[in-house]
Design a protein around this ligand. Sequence first.
Ligand SMILES: Cc1cc2nc3c(=O)[nH]c(=O)nc-3n(C[C@H](O)[C@H](O)[C@H](O)COP(=O)(O)O)c2cc1C
Length: 288
Amino acid sequence: MSGSWAANARTVSAAPQTFAEPHHTNASDRRVFLNASQNVNGNTSALAKNLFGNLTYKQVNLASYNIPQVGQGDGDFSKVWDQLKDADVIVIGTPVYWSNMSGYLKTFIDHLQINNDLANRDLYMIVQSSDSDQTLAINSVYGTMNRVAIRFNMNFVGIGQTTEQINQLHNKMIGNAPSNPTTPTTPTTPTNPTTPSEPTTPSNPTTPSVPSTPSTPDSWTITDKKGVGRVYYTPGYGINVWTNPDGSTFTKRINHGTSWKYFKIAKKANKTMYNLSGNQWVDGAYFR
Ligand SMILES: Cc1cc2nc3c(=O)[nH]c(=O)nc-3n(C[C@H](O)[C@H](O)[C@H](O)COP(=O)(O)O)c2cc1C
C-alpha cells in the first residue's frame, strides 16, 4: 500500500506509561511469542526474532487457530491460553491494523475471563506497522494491555516498536538493562577489558582458509580482517556460532566473557558478523 495509513489524521500525544521490572531473565525461562498477525512468518514474527535474539522461544500463531468472536463459542481459545499459562515470559506481537492492535489479538483478549490468572509472568508487547509514527496505536495497545496485565497480575515490562526499543527490551529480557529505559543499551563493561591477550584457541585455528559460502553472498560484504574479539552477552550464557552470516543454523555456543580470534568481517545493512575461522560466524551485536 502506498501513502500513509494515517493520512489527514490529527496528531495525538503519547499517553503516560509505567512498566514493571522483569522477573524472568534466565536463559532457561520458558518463552512464548503470541503472534497476532495474519502472517505466520511476516514482519511481526521477524520483529519477535530480533527481540529474542539467541534466546529460545515457542511461537504460537493466532492465525493458525479458530477463535470466533466472543459470544459465538470458544473455539480454540483454551488451546492458546494453555500455552500462555505454560510460559514464564509472554511476548505478544501485533501488526498495527487501523491504528490499533489486530482483530486477532482483540478477539483473543475478549475471551479472557476475569478470574483467569497469569500471575508473575513477564509481558512484553511488540508492535509492527508500516508508518513510523504509531503514537495512537501504541496508546491504544498500552491502554488495553496495561488493563490486562493488572487484571491478571502480570509484570508488563514494555512495548517495543523501533529497533532501539526492541534492543532495550532484549536487554531487559536477559537481565542486562538499566532500570532507567532511557539509558543507552551499551553492554556492561567487562571486568578486564584491557586484557584479551590470551584468546581461547578456536576449534580449528590453523585452517581458516575455506569459509563456507554464505547463503546470500551478494548481499554481504565480506572483508579479510584479523583480530581478537570478546563475547559480551550475559554472565553464564553463550552466543550462537552460526554456520553462515545469515544465522540460519548454529553448531555450538561460546560463552560470555571469552575471547576469540576472528578472520573475516561480514557486513550487511546495520548488521556485522565475525568469522571465527571455517564456517563459524558470530553476531557483532554480542562480539567486538
Ligand atoms: C487491515 C490492515 C490495516 C493496517 N493498518 C495500518 C495502520 O493503521 N498503520 C500502519 O502503519 N500500518 C497499517 N497496516 C500495515 C501493517 O501494520 C504492516 O504491513 C505490518 O508490517 C504487517 O505485519 P505482518 O507482516 O506481520 O502482517 C495495516 C495492514 C492491514 C492488513
